[in-house]
Ligand binder design. Structure first.
Ligand code: T3D
Length: 258
């Protein structure tokens, strides 16, 4: 059975982490396969939104620790450089919305991969754990980049140093994730969210993501200039014309993602 599953329906690609007996912990094969699946979603014009989720009880328990200490296996710097860094880069650089539907515990790299996604939803029994400190590691997979930006330095530092279990409701209150859904509605609501995004002007959403990425390092003047340039690009899309025409004709727009 494949460690990563990919299905496409209603313009939504669902990528599922699939090592449920290991709480979807990443081995090498799974990390490389996830990179490949995100790439497939990038090049497939029929895909206009992506959902990342996990099979079974957990979303993802981070690095498979039995593989990490295998003397004959891949070394720690290579795990970070070749497994996790490209996953984060691919999630941030794909100009389509990525929803992380966190279906169970998200620990270590699993938590930080979730936080790198565009919109993160969870159900009420989920928890997020920066588990790294408990085994003497630092939070990788861009955790040190995104978490303080999402929730501020104080809470981020404490969560990372103490390895606290953060409940979904606390994560939502802190702005770490977008929304918590009731368990019995989680799948339906996550799918509805992704399908809504997939029916929207994909190019515009992708360009929004590009600007949000750039905003981390730009100053105000640079960002204002980039907004002018990227707005010009958005204004040339079919969906912009369609959106304005539909508004003026008082009808529902039919966006094509072009
Ligand atoms: O080389 C490098 O390491 C660099 C890369 C670093 C990136 C990282 O992600 S480092 C952080 C790695 N992750 C962790 O430290 C988390 C370890 N797991 C846990 O703390 C707990 O399992 C959980 C809090 C996630 C869940 O706890 P609980 O009590 O609900 O479940 P459990 O019984 O601990 O785990 C269930 C099964 O999944 C169990 O297998 P078993 O005994 O039923 O056969 C457990 O061994 C397995 N599992 C969970 N996490 C991992 C794992 N197996 C391998 N690696 C794991 N990370």
């Amino acid at each position: 059975m494949s460690t990563i599953l990919l299905t496409i329906k209603n313009k939504v690609a669902t990528i599922t982490l699939n090592r449920p007996d290991k709480f979807n912990a990443f081995n090498r094969e799974m990390a490389i396969s996830l990179q490949e699946k995100i790439e497939e979603c990038r090049t497939n014009q029929g895909v206009r939104a992506i959902v990342l989720s996990g099979n079974g009880k957990a979303f993802c328990a981070g690095q498979d620790l039995s593989e990490a200490i295998d003397d004959n296996g891949i070394e720690l710097p290579d795990i970070v450089e070749k497994h996790y860094n490209p996953i984060i880069q691919k999630i941030r650089n794909i100009e389509k919305p990525v929803v992380c539907a966190v279906n169970g515990v998200a620990a270590g790299a699993g938590a930080n991969i979730a936080l790198a996604c565009d919109i993160v939803v969870a159900h009420e029994n989920v928890s997020f754990i920066q588990a790294f400190s408990k085994i003497g590691l630092i939070p990788d997979s861009a955790g040190t980049f995104f978490l303080p930006r999402l929730i501020g330095m104080q809470k981020a530092t404490a969560f990372m140093m103490l390895g606290d279990k953060v409940s979904a409701s606390e994560a939502e209150e802190l702005g770490m994730i977008y929304k918590v859904f009731p368990v019995d509605e989680f799948e339906k609501k996550s799918t509805q969210l992704a399908e809504k995004l997939a029916s929207m002007p994909t190019k515009g959403l992708g360009l929004t993501k590009r600007l949000l990425n750039e905003s981390w390092t730009n100053n105000l003047e640079q960002q204002l200039l980039r907004e002018k340039e990227v707005q010009t690009e958005a204004g040339k899309t079919f969906d912009y014309q369609e959106g304005v025409n539909a508004f003026l004709e008082k009808r529902k727009p039919e966006f094509k993602g072009e």
